[in-house]
Design a protein around this ligand. Sequence first.
Ligand code: CU
Length: 65
Amino acid sequence: MELKVKDMSCGGCANSIARAVIGVDPAAKLDIDVTTKTVKIHSALPPERLVAVIEAAGFHPTVNA
Ligand SMILES: [Cu+2]
């Protein structure tokens, strides 16, 4: 899945998001681009779970169509 996270502005934000996702799925693979504010996640978890986890970390992701 691919998310847009408008309030991800630096490497610290990217690390926070990565830690949150890995915390619920240690097998998740992430590809985070701070410049385009894009977070690609390969995970067996349902997308809404991943969105909820990132929201709980303090960010506001939207799912890219
Ligand atoms: Cu930041």
